[in-house]
Design a protein around this ligand. Sequence first.
Ligand code: FES
Length: 227
Amino acid sequence: MRQAACVAGAWLACGAVPSPALGATQRHPRSLLVDARGDALASRQLKPGQAYLFNYPFTASPVFLLAFDRGVLPAELETEGKQRYAAPAGVGPNRSIVAFSAICAHKLMYPTPEISFIGLRKGGRGEPAQVIHCCGDDSRYDPQRGARVISGPAPQPLAAVLLEWDAASDRLYAVGTRGGEMFEAFFEKYAAKLELENGNAQRKPSGASVVVRSAASYSKRWQTCST
Ligand code: FES
């Protein structure tokens, strides 16, 4: 049976209270998550507390894939444009796997093959155990609450990437996004840079499968924010 991220109609299964005015879902072509050999990635291969990345819904747009040691509940959030939406609950056997766009909602910093200024880090005092922290201007997001903004200048949460989990095969699929997508601004701002990194395929859809890599192998250097 396939378990989708909690969407309208699946709220009861997710143990959450439905809200009448939630939206901001963008459907994109479905992509199977695979490992570096091209084999389907099993959710059990993900280590809790470790960051992984894949590119979705475009070959140039990075996404954080995160597993936690406990279930992640849906969170009611709002985009910069005041559109309310439900960031999905976790998927997988423990409902603990979530994914978010890795493009910072402030000035669009993102992990590149050379360096990343935005990553999963240990939370500080009064924060969750782990936060997504962008060194650019110190925006911090809570990955267990829909990547809501904890602090910093980011005007909205990171966009959630909708996942589906197939219980029979343990496979994972990316099927869309919810929240404030920033792809238009991203491609506009980094047109020349993305051209160098990705050739002329900067808006190419991810395709039927996307490779999941550990954060360490996605970017050569992960900026610590303290240097
Ligand atoms: S670009 Fe991420 S906080 Fe400014």
